[in-house]
Write a protein that binds this ligand. Structure first.
Ligand code: BGP
Length: 478
């Protein structure tokens, strides 16, 4: 058998994309509450507060705030060993800078985690998955402000103290490297509460915010281990290999450098140091980033316990091409070109199962066999219920099956220390990049359409039974 017996099969979501209940039980606004709904190719807009008459899909999500018991029962029926979600920071600290947490918010997650545990499902929890209290942006300017470090660590400490007997696996910041994509403001906004393009040097501001997040993350790791040495506290990195368009050295070098968009975040969080290529770049750019000696000590002391990462696609660079990415909602490299050997989803995300194995190998080799956890992977699709009240989602089955086959090879043949796999959006949720309901990832169909209309009822897709069998056979039957 390729995979260990205790392999963590499950599914992943994030609070802001499914909970709804955005103003219930003392919750404060979060950055995701001021992002309007966009659509395929049409970016979401960040508004100044909640503007009456505008449409904010995250306010409703799929109403998981009220339905989680039934939904978790469905996950249990599929045999989930774990379920990855996030804590909405503004349920716990509504404005972000209170000295005492909001008990109603804490209680909500207590109940949700108990419900998972009653079903034998381990919670896997992200502390900040694309949301932070909106108050921290308004009052402090988001992660551009060093004061956020202490406010985050206070929040993390409260969560570890309260839940450490229920939650072993944690992640600090979701897809921390996403903000590298400066051309689409929602990435900087959701990672850092900052619109980078409003600054004279957006790139410098991105590195400064990332630095404060690194220090906050490292300090949270140390605090967490003080509370409970058994906690596993990981980073979470959006990943995917970049290939050279051709074997000419200029393309190969460019592809190699492009991987710094990913490895920079892993290098600091897993090794606890700034890598040489980053130090040199800061020097070259003449940046006087606020990085103190104490910060460097903190980074070294708080390296993470495992690498959590998402994998959706690979990319290709061609050194002879340079396109304008300022209007792009997803591209973050002007040298990106399509891969002629691979297909793509309706949203233009390249489908490359082998790229998952390549990524697992690279992390393994770079970070000395550190445990890895694939905490997101999946395919967004347009789907409708058929006359049998189901969706014959064979494309999803084939997508996930091909990725699972590759991760098994990485474990069996390459010796990668992989602890789990949680496909993204195991139940249909609001899309992050576009705010659509129409971009569906789930094993479970949720009857809500773009605009928020629908019964909200849940229906099992064909992949529900398929994934149940994958888990039951520990990945032997895919
Ligand atoms: C990742 C995020 C998730 C999720 C996923 C799919 O970047 O961590 O929150 O949404 O991508 O993206 P989308 O919903 O835009 O299809």
């Amino acid at each position: 058998m390729a995979l260990p017996k205790d392999f963590l099969w499950g599914g992943a979501v994030a609070a802001h994309q499914l909970e709804g209940g955005y103003d219930l039980d003392g919750r404060g606004l979060s950055v995701s509450d001021v992002m309007t709904g966009g659509s395929n190719g049409v970016p979401r807009v960040i508004t100044d507060g909640v503007v009456p008459g505008k449409y904010y899909p995250n306010h409703k999500g799929i109403d998981f705030y009220h339905t989680y018991r039934d939904d978790i029962a469905l996950f249990a029926e599929m045999g989930f060993k774990c379920f990855r979600t996030s804590i909405s920071w503004s349920r716990i600290f509504p404005e972000g800078d209170e000295t005492e947490p909001n008990e109603a918010g804490l209680k909500f997650y207590d109940d949700m985690f108990d419900c998972m545990l009653e079903h034998g499902i381990q919670p896997v929890i992200t502390l900040s998955h694309f949301e932070m209290p909106y108050g921290l942006c308004k009052k402090y300017g988001g992660w551009a402000n060093r004061e956020l470090i202490d406010l985050f660590v206070r929040y993390a400490r409260v969560c570890f103290e309260r839940y450490h007997t229920k939650v072993k696996y944690w992640m600090t910041f979701n897809e921390i490297g996403n903000q590298f994509n400066i051309s689409n403001p929602i990435f900087g906004w959701t990672n850092s509460g900052v619109v980078f393009t409003e600054f004279d040097d957006p790139e410098k501001m991105m590195y400064q915010c990332a630095h404060y997040e690194f220090v906050a993350s490292a300090k949270a790791v140390v605090e967490g281990h003080k509370i409970d040495p058994d906690l596993m506290i990981g980073c979470m990195i959006a990943s995917g290999p970049t290939y050279p368009r051709e074997c000419k050295p200029a393309d190969v070098l460019m592809a190699d450098d492009s991987m710094h968009h990913i490895f920079f975040f892993g290098d600091v969080q897993c090794r606890g140091i700034y890598p040489n290529y980053a130090v040199k770049m800061f020097e070259r750019k003449g940046w006087d980033l606020d990085i103190t000696d104490d910060d460097l000590v903190a980074l070294k002391a708080g390296t993470c316990d495992y690498i959590g990462f998402s994998y959706y696609m690979s990319s290709v660079v061609d050194s002879s091409v340079e396109v304008d990415i300022s209007k792009s909602t997803s591209a973050n490299d002007p040298h990106n070109v399509p891969n002629p050997y691979l297909g793509a989803t309706d949203w233009g995300w390249t489908i490359d199962p082998v790229g998952l194995r390549i990524m697992l190998k690279r992390f393994d080799e770079r970070y000395n066999g550190m445990p890895q956890f694939i905490v997101e992977n999946g395919i967004g699709m347009y789907e409708e219920l058929d006359e049998n009240n189901t969706v014959e989602d064979d494309t999803r089955i084939s997508y996930l099956g091909s990725h699972i086959r590759e991760l098994k090879k990485a474990v069996e043949e390459d010796g990668v220390n992989l602890i789990g796999y949680t496909p993204w959006g195991c139940i249909d949720v609001v899309s992050f990049t576009t705010g659509e309901y129409a971009k569906r990832y789930g094993f479970i169909y949720v009857d809500i359409k773009d605009g928020g209309e629908g019964s909200g009822k849940r229906f099992k897709k064909k992949s529900f039974e398929w994934y149940k069998n994958v888990i039951a056979t520990n990945g032997e039957e895919v």
